[in-house]
Write a protein that binds this ligand. Structure first.
Ligand code: PEP
Ligand code: MG
Length: 596
């Protein structure tokens, strides 16, 4: 039966594929594909885990005190029986041999299948046996973890060869940003999650991969089953499960259309971003990993406007990257960009980007009462001075190889600026004393909190430039958790207060002769291009895949005609509608002249 699930569209395009369900387990489960040559090894791991758990359960049974209730022994019998169930073992092996899942993934995939079967049973006693299955699986997962797990980074191997013929889409309750990154070079052609907001970091990474994605689709991971055919419409937020042939054909048509549109836009890659009235607009790239820099060059970016370095720090089991490792990473980006500027943001750990993987529950409730307002970004860095010094030294050293700009996240207090500037000064001196050469590094701040906008004149005594992080600026202005789908409808970039803060920041930077850019998601959203141009913005930083689309808008814009419409929009109660009407009027007068 075909069903539809609705969520938030976060990354454009249409993906069609078989569902791979990533079960949410109490035990951390790694998901990766193994090459055909290693499937036997996975089956051996599973056998060893089964033997270990069987020994564990038998020992438990043997050592049961005589006064223990007889049900306990019977329960252990049931667990042992499940453990030795041939049909179950075969089903798990099927996932390994046919789908090339690693042992942990195969186990949790089969648990998902069996759990649904139990859920559908009429008999209450039998339905209750689901808990036994979960407990046995959990014991097996723990045994596998003790046995040693190949590193999660193997998820990132180019898995196309191992994964069979059908395209695959990933369906999960939630995916941590760091895990999302692991899927960057994998086979998945689309993502659906139950939770998340439009600018949650999971959504941002999906967009950076330019893969259709829908988040906040609440029931998706419950309604979709392993192997179901799924259409993910990343433009409208609709997920169609087991579509009829007619619907499927319609989506395949749309898929081809959007591929053609992308190919057409790609031809703008090397065209300079000049408005109709000759204003030069800088289109920069946001990157998460050094390996993304090549995509930035290929997309025609004129530099990196935001390198989110925290992704180098995540999921490393508490071992942070050394100065040397960071230096190599930053240098490689600078070298790939071959003379173009690279803006490196110091780590923005915290909130929805924890250092180590956590369940959404842990993330929201246990780790910190209110992580978005807690120890994150520059606050975390200043609380870890040894780590911060290392990062600053690595960035300064890389500046000998090209133009680097250093960007500080979520600055609010002047005290934070003074402390950081002092650290930078000392690190520079230490490096010079040791004979390192250092380039001319500009230092700037992310503007992500309303207080920072109010402090701009004071900030500009210290900073060479600012970059507006609209994702957080919206979150902190409107008091809306950007990762919470329950309040996603209130997360509004068009809110008059948000627009006013952005316009004020651009105007103030111009008044003080300082550089200003926008690196939040608004920069890559074509709905805002003209508005931001009309506010005076000439520097936009976005995912590489968005550059061509924004360039097309820039080429069609006449900034002289936008200014007064922007001024009136900023006074309007409903800026979105006011702007749409104003644009219709402006469009009438603008001759659309594309260079192709
Ligand atoms: C922002 O807040 O807009 C931003 C670019 O930073 P991040 O999304 O990494 O928080
Ligand atoms: Mg931010």
């Amino acid at each position: 039966m075909s069903i539809q699930v609705f969520g938030l569209p976060v990354s454009r395009g249409v993906a069609i594929g078989r569902a791979v369900l990533v079960a949410s387990s109490r035990v951390d489960v790694a998901h990766y594909f193994v090459p055909a040559s290693q499937t036997r090894r996975e089956i051996d791991r599973l056998r060893r885990a089964r033997d270990a758990v069987a020994a564990e359960l038998s020992a438990l049974q043997r050592d049961l005190p005589t006064e223990a209730p007889p049900e306990l022994s019977a329960l252990l019998d049931v667990h042992l029986m499940l453990l030795h169930d041939d049909a179950l073992a075969e089903a798990i092996m099927h996932w390994i041999l046919e789908r090339h899942y690693n042992a942990e993934w195969a186990l949790s995939a089969q648990l998902e299948v069996v759990a649904r079967q139990f859920d559908e049973m009429e008999d209450e006693y039998l339905r209750g046996r689901k808990a036994d299955m979960e407990q046995v699986t959990e014991r097996l997962l723990r045994a596998l973890a003790r046995d040693g797990m190949p590193s999660l980074s193997s998820v990132a191997q180019p898995a196309r060869d191992f994964a069979g013929e059908d395209p695959l889409v990933l369906v999960a309750n939630d995916i941590a940003p760091a895990d999302m990154l692991q899927f960057k070079r994998s086979v998945f052609t689309g993502f659906v999650t139950d939770v998340g907001g439009k600018t949650s970091h999971t959504a941002i990474v999906a967009r950076s991969m330019d893969i259709p994605a829908v988040v906040g689709a609440r029931e998706a991971s419950r309604l979709i089953r392993q192997d179901d055919w799924v259409v993910i419409d990343g433009d409208s937020g609709v997920v169609v499960v087991n579509p009829s042939p007619i619907v499927l054909e319609e989506y395949r048509f749309r898929q081809r259309q959007s591929e053609l549109e992308r190919a057409r836009l790609n031809r703008l890659r090397h065209t300079p971003a000049l408005t109709l009235d000759g204003e030069n607009v800088e289109l920069l790239a946001n990157i998460e990993l050094p390996s993304d820099a090549q995509a930035a060059v290929d997309a025609g970016a004129v530099g990196v406007g935001l390198f989110r370095t925290e992704f180098l720090f995540m999921n490393r089991g508490g071992v942070l990257p050394s100065e040397e490792e960071q230096f190599e990473a930053y240098r490689s980006v600078v070298q790939t960009m071959a003379g173009l500027p690279v803006t490196i943001r110091t780590v923005d750990i915290g909130a929805d980007k924890p250092l180590e993987r956590m369940s959404p529950q842990e993330l929201r409730h246990e780790h910190s009462l209110n992580p978005a307002l807690g120890l994150r970004a520059i606050r975390w860095s200043l609380a870890e001075p040894a780590m911060f010094r290392q990062q600053i030294r690595a960035i300064l050293r890389a500046s000998a190889y090209g133009k680097i700009k250093l960007l500080l996240p979520m600055v609010v207090h002047l005290r934070e600026i003074r402390q950081t500037m002092e650290l930078i000064k000392r690190a520079r001196q230490q490096l010079l004393d040791k004979g390192h050469s250092i380039g001319d590094v500009e230092v700037g701040a992310m503007i992500e909190v309303p207080a920072a906008v109010m402090m701009l004149p004071a900030f500009f005594r210290h900073f060479d430039f600012v970059s507006i992080g609209t994702n957080d600026l919206i979150q902190y202005t409107l008091a809306i958790d950007r990762a919470d789908e329950q309040v996603a409808h209130l997360y509004d970039p068009w809110h008059p207060a948000v627009l006013k803060l952005i316009a004020d920041t651009i105007a103030c930077a111009q008044q003080y002769g300082k550089g200003v850019s926008v690196c939040g998601e608004m920069a890559g959203d074509p709905a805002f291009t003209e508005l931001l141009l009309g506010m005076g913005l000439r520097s936009f930083s976005m995912h590489p895949a968005q550059i061509a689309g924004i360039k097309q808008r820039v080429l069609r814009a006449d900034t002289r005609k936008l200014q007064s419409a922007v001024e009136h929009t900023l006074q309007a109660d409903d800026p979105q509608n006011f702007w749409a009407a104003a644009c219709d009027r402006v469009e009438d007068t603008v001759e659309i002249a594309l260079p192709y």
